[in-house]
Design a protein around this ligand. Structure first.
Ligand code: GRF
Length: 203
């Protein structure tokens, strides 16, 4: 079985979906790493007897040094695939080059809409609300050197009436994120996704 590392900064509901539906089934979550000491994601990992590590950014001088420390952890756990599940840091080339085409991210909009610099968490759903779009959703994609620019693996839509507040939009999208991430990670772990230039195809 391939080994995963899940990087998370927040509550970890996407991590929980992977623990419940992928871990020890399609692959192994070898380690969970967070840049936030009190991230509930770390508690979810410990509850599942998965190694949980808080990596303190204040202990190192640069983002590159921080990612080098993360890379040492990934090598120590023989990680094959990295999953970013609500990880609120931008990866440096230290990680994106070492794990080229092996880093998966979930973004709570239909890329290329409402993504890129500044579009994370509730900022995404506020922008969706403000624009008044009637379809939003989630995207799972490979991570490259840009922000939310890597090849798309899967997307799933959520229809809106226009009556939802941003918080309700977030809840509706989060619900389909869990299923989308589980399906996407399963495809990658089973080597069923091929990257052709900037696109993905099913093998
Ligand atoms: C999700 O909305 C995800 O799309 C975004 O951050 C949020 C993480 O939620 N990247 P959780 O921590 O998995 O509950």
């Amino acid at each position: 079985m391939k080994k995963m590392a899940v990087l998370a900064s927040g509550s970890g509901s996407n991590l929980q979906a992977l623990i419940d539906r992928v871990h020890e089934k399609e692959g192994m979550i070898a380690v969970v790493i967070s840049n936030k000491k009190n991230a509930y994601a770390l508690k979810r990992a410990k509850k599942a007897d998965i190694p949980a590590i808080y990596a303190d950014r204040s202990q190192v001088a640069t983002d590159e040094a921080y990612d080098t420390d993360i890379l040492k952890i990934l090598h120590a756990y023989a990680v094959d695939v990295i999953v970013l599940a609500g990880y609120l840091r931008i990866l440096t080339p230290v990680l994106t080059e070492a794990y080229a085409n092996r880093i998966i991210n979930i973004h709570p909009s239909l890329i290329p809409s409402f993504c890129g610099d500044g579009y994370y968490g509730m900022h995404v759903h506020q922008a969706v609300y403000d624009r008044g779009v009637k379809i939003t959703g989630a995207t799972v994609h490979f991570v490259d050197s840009g922000v939310d620019t890597g090849p798309i693996i899967m997307q799933r839509a959520v229809c809106l009436t226009g009556n939802e507040q941003p918080e309700e939009i977030a809840a509706k999208v989060l619900e389909i994120e869990h299923e989308l991430l589980v399906e996407s990670v399963t495809l990658v772990l089973n080597d069923q996704i091929e990257i052709v230039q900037k696109r993905t195809i099913r093998k």
